[in-house]
Design a protein around this ligand. Structure first.
Ligand SMILES: *Cc1c(COP(=O)(O)O)cnc(C)c1O
Length: 468
């Protein structure tokens, strides 16, 4: 059992490993190549009776745990959306871990509450949001659940929190929206059958005219439309719904408008993208994840609301032991979301935002976007390659076109993806758009260089040519 004084003896070994890891991250297979159960078999079935020296555990971590890790911060991780980090963020997380504070209310750590308030203010300004207040949540899924609950209370005049639901409330989002919306609708007790998938236009954004038709139909049938979720950057193809049109519909029918910009929200720090949120003043809530494309460790999700009082009215609960003298003067963030307990997440965010400065963040994101366009130019010349969409932020979306029909194209596209991933040299995933398998490649890693992208293109080309 270690004492605080032992830290200086042990920590250098861990620091040395971290430094080597980050410097040599390119030498690891991006996607873990282990089979199911392989790692579990290396860990004894029973907890040891005697203690183990942490240096031995470090060795076991290297030999038995590391092979089962997928390296999310490898520059050739182009799958899903990134969960990128930075040295700045890591240093902040160090301090958060050392403090080990539980920052549920202002009294339990005033700095955590006040730094969070300032960081949300910085982010709001950086993204060009209205002067709304915000709170850090763990994930966009939680933030969207919070928004849906706020919408539910608005739709029922605050009666559902007290008595449960007695009405049929409807939630609308495009058919390209993230799965967390449907999950949230279920958890909020609204019933997944009351989740309405709105058709999309050829660019995969929500067809807002169809949205209005669906709302009219539901009203005629006696349901209450309660929330519309607008997606800024869909998971499949980074499509942008028209917020400007959607808020008009929401206003007309008095419906909560939640904006899910989980991934693409980071790119709002670039002025050229501000058109995406035209009309935001008329929306009710907005979420994006600094833990995706803003170099801040998972988890860190920024949730902004127009009406804080409404949020508090939905989530506040005040048992005797949480009553404090400072209440009313300060933000007690436990009332701004679901869990009582909260990590000090604002610290790593501060290290990133102040450590980089806005200009460096902008330069980095612009570079990622520019590189994606450059890759599209290179791919123009490849045989049998079709772009599903083009020119979308830092993503590239392609499929194989063999001329032998959709089924064959899909089979080949999937084989190319598996081939790339089995090399361990890069990691990509696919999605399906209108029945077509699409490779989606995202360039958003913190320490990505164009030479990494050239290396990736070699790996991809090797697989691609197998089907010529
Ligand atoms: C990633 C993502 C989510 C889910 O984010 P979590 O923070 O993992 O819950 C939701 N919506 C969109 C558009 C996303 O890109």
């Amino acid at each position: 059992m270690l004492k605080p004084k032992d830290f200086q003896e042990y920590a250098p070994h861990f620091m040395a490993w971290i430094e080597e890891y980050l410097k040599n991250i390119r030498s690891f297979p991006v996607k873990s190549q282990v089979r199911p159960g392989e790692i579990k078999a290396l860990i004894s079935e029973e907890m040891p009776l005697e203690g183990t020296d942490p240096l031995r555990l470090l060795e076991q971590f290297k030999s038995d745990v590391l092979p089962g890790m997928t390296h999310w911060n490898h520059p050739n991780f182009h799958a899903y959306f990134p969960a990128n980090q930075s040295v700045e963020s890591l240093l902040g997380e160090f301090l958060t871990a050392a403090l080990g504070a539980q920052c549920m209310i202002w009294d339990t750590s005033p700095s955590a509450a006040e730094l969070e308030e300032r960081m949300m203010q910085w982010l709001g300004q950086a993204l060009g949001l209205p002067k709304w207040e915000g709170v850090i949540q763990d994930t966009a899924s939680s933030a969207t659940l919070v928004a849906l609950i706020c919408a539910r209370e608005k739709g029922t005049g605050f009666s559902s929190n007290e008595y449960g639901l007695s009405q049929r409330l409807k939630v609308y989002a495009s058919e390209q929206t993230h799965s967390s919306i449907e999950k949230g609708v279920g958890i909020a007790g609204l019933g997944r059958k009351n989740y309405v998938k709105v058709p999309t236009k050829p660019d995969h954004s929500m067809d807002v005219q169809a949205l209005e038709q669906l709302i009219k139909q539901d009203l005629a049938e006696g349901s209450t439309p309660c929330a519309v979720v607008v997606t800024i950057g869909t998971t499949g193809t980074l499509a942008i719904d028209s917020l400007k049109e959607a808020v008009e519909v929401c206003k007309k029918y008095d419906i909560w408008c939640h904006v899910d910009a989980a991934y693409s929200g980071s790119a709002l720090i670039l002025e050229e993208n501000r058109g995406w949120i035209e009309g935001i003043e008329e929306a009710d809530s907005f979420v994006f994840n600094p833990h995706k494309w803003l170099f801040t460790h998972f988890d860190c999700s920024a949730y902004f609301v127009k009406d804080v009082d409404h949020l508090l009215k939905c989530f506040e609960i005040l048992p005797e032991y949480l009553k404090t003298k400072s209440r009313g003067e300060v933000n007690d963030y436990r009332d701004w979301g679901i869990p009582l307990g909260r990590r000090f997440r604002a610290l790593k965010l501060w290290f990133v935002l102040a450590g980089y400065g806005l200009q460096n963040l902008q330069d980095k994101l612009r570079k990622h976007v520019r590189w994606a366009r450059k890759v599209e130019e290179v791919l123009e010349d490849w045989p049998n390659l079709e772009f599903v969409v083009k020119g979308r932020q830092n993503g590239v979306f392609i499929g194989y076109n063999s001329g032998r029909g959709l089924e064959e194209d899909n089979r080949i596209t999937l084989s190319i993806k598996d081939g790339v991933n089995e090399t361990g040299k890069a990691y990509i995933i696919h999605t399906k758009i209108n029945g077509r398998v699409v490779l989606r490649v995202i360039f958003g890693q913190t320490y990505l260089e164009y030479s990494d992208i050239e290396y990736f293109l070699d790996v991809l080309r090797h697989e691609w040519e197998k089907y010529d």
